[in-house]
Design a protein around this ligand. Sequence first.
Ligand SMILES: Cc1cc2nc3c(=O)[nH]c(=O)nc-3n(C[C@H](O)[C@H](O)[C@H](O)COP(=O)(O)O)c2cc1C
Length: 184
Amino acid sequence: MSETTDERTARDRISFLRTLRAVRSFRSEPVPQEVIDDILEVARWSGSAGNSQPWEIVVIKDRETLRSLASVEGYAGHLAGAPLGIVLVMAGEREQRETYDEGRLSERIMLAAHAHGVGSSIGWIVGSGRDAAKEILGIPQEKMVRTTISLGYQGEGARRSRGGQARKPLDEIVHYERYGQESL
Ligand SMILES: Cc1cc2nc3c(=O)[nH]c(=O)nc-3n(C[C@H](O)[C@H](O)[C@H](O)COP(=O)(O)O)c2cc1C
C-alpha cells in the first residue's frame, strides 16, 4: 500500500524535528538576511507564559563582537567561529516564567535555522560573563542575559558534540498511566 501525502508530510516533519542537533563548528559563509528574517519571524511568534513575550533579540554579525562574547565567562566559545550570533535578552522580571519562555524561544530559533539548513548551538553565559556581555552589547543592567545561539552552515568537526550524542532509551524515561509502569 502506498504512503499518502499526509503520511509522508508527517514523516518528513518528524524527521526534521528529530534531527535537530547542536552544531558548533561553522563555515565562514554568511547566513543570508532572508534566512535571518525568517528565523526572527518564527522567534517572534513563539508562545510565552501569558503571552507576555518577555524577550528582545540581539543579532550579531560583527566578528570582533562575536569573539568578545565568546571570551566572557560561560560556554559560548563557539560564537568566535560563527558567522552569526544571537543573544536573547530577557526582561528580568519573572524568573521562573522567563526561563521557560527563553527555552522555547531558543528551540524555535534553532528549528527555524534548521529549516534553512543552518546549524546552531546554544551557548550559556554565566557568572561575570553576564555583566560583561551586557557591557559589550550595551544592554541595560536590569535585563537578563544568559542564552546565546551560534549559527552558520556546518563546518568540519561540527558533529563532535559535547556530552556524547546518545539519548536515553524511551523505556528509561516514559511511563504509561502511572509512574513506574513501562507499557500500556
Ligand atoms: C539549556 C541548555 C543549555 C546549553 N548550554 C550549552 C552551552 O553553554 N554550550 C554549548 O556548547 N552547548 C550548550 N547546550 C547544547 C547541549 O550541549 C546539547 O543540546 C546537548 O549536548 C545535545 O547535543 P546534540 O543534540 O548535538 O546531541 C545547551 C543546551 C541546552 C538545552
